[in-house]
Write a protein that binds this ligand. Structure first.
Ligand code: THU
Length: 299
């Protein structure tokens, strides 16, 4: 799924990786095989209130607004209405436009607090709810409401953040790392690597390897993910998933050292093809040199 982001605040980038994963999962659960795109904006309560007022005559902030482009025939949703999807096929993007989603980040944070779960889970829920509307589901009649809830729950439990889940499961982290393979910039080695690192506050940051014509400037996927995380304020991590297509992507020495700086006890999961293997960083980097090894000084 192509998500065309409009982020009103640069501070919201941490939400996008999990939401991308949720959108890809939603498309798969709904059974849509055509490539699709959604314009999605993350904004303040004030901005969503203005949109709600202008387009729906309701002068109130809300959590999510969906503006579907398609009207599906009665009883059908996107998964079994490919002809309707194709009507909004856009040559330029190579995808069928589904419509617009507007989500208030202030609502993500306040509702997560209210329900006692993570902002990630709330963000994924609101995205999935909005996407279901773009797929043609609604919750006006009881029967429709039940069908919509079932689809939402199916998608959320597939992502591993259904009703009873408390933290991001390994399989979600692995899948997010695999998805990053598509972003890899590796015209020299042709060895794509994707990574997804889980911060102890529940946030996930993803990365890919980024090569350079001046070969030595290449940045590995793991370090891209770590640097994105640290620059967004996450400095403590519990697990990292690393993906490659067909060879075990155990992290290089430099990446082990960088991981050791922030998370000497981190679990390292690697996946390639159908394989998944795991080792603690302490095994991959015995006697690691970290901040605690430096002598304490006053300056
Ligand atoms: N690479 C990573 O992204 N992570 C590692 O830990 C090992 C190597 C990348 C760097 C380069 O783009 C390609 O793999 C081949 O070395």
């Amino acid at each position: 799924m192509i998500l065309n982001w409009q982020l009103d605040s640069a501070a919201d980038t941490w939400l996008t990786s999990l939401m991308q994963h949720a959108a890809d999962t939603a498309l798969r659960c709904e059974g849509v095989t055509l490539p699709c795109s959604v314009d999605i904006r993350l904004c303040s309560d004030e901005a969503i209130r203005e949109i709600n007022r202008a387009y729906r005559g309701i002068d109130k902030a809300t959590d999510v607004l969906s503006f579907p482009l398609n009207t599906y025939p009665a009883g059908r949703t996107a998964g079994n209405a490919p002809k309707h999807l194709q009507m909004n096929y856009d040559d330029e993007t190579g995808a069928c436009a589904l419509g617009d989603l507007i989500i208030s980040t202030e609502h993500i944070l306040s509702q997560a607090k209210e329900y006692g779960h993570s902002p990630q889970r709330e963000a994924a829920y609101l995205l999935v709810h909005g996407l279901c509307h773009l797929f043609g589901y609604d919750h006006i009649e009881d029967d429709d409401k039940r069908r919509m809830r079932e689809m939402e729950e199916k998608i959320l439990s597939e992502i591993g953040i259904g009703r009873d889940d408390t933290q991001i499961p390994d399989e979600t982290l692995l899948q997010m790392a695999r998805e990053m393979l598509k972003r890899s910039y590796c015209p020299y080695s042709h060895y794509a690597v994707g990574a997804a690192i889980l911060a102890d506050d529940g946030r996930v940051f993803t990365g890919c390897n980024i090569e350079n014509a001046s070969y030595g400037l290449t940045n590995c996927a793991e370090r891209t993910a770590v640097f994105k995380a640290v620059s967004e304020g996450a400095t403590s991590f519990t697990a990292i998933a690393i993906a490659a297509y067909d060879a075990a992507p155990w992290p290089c020495g430099a990446c082990r050292q960088v991981l050791n700086e922030f998370a000497p006890g981190i679990r390292v999961l690697v996946t390639w093809g159908d394989h998944v293997e795991e080792a603690p960083l302490s095994t991959l980097l015995p006697h690691g040199f970290g901040p605690n090894e430096l002598p304490q000084t006053d300056h």
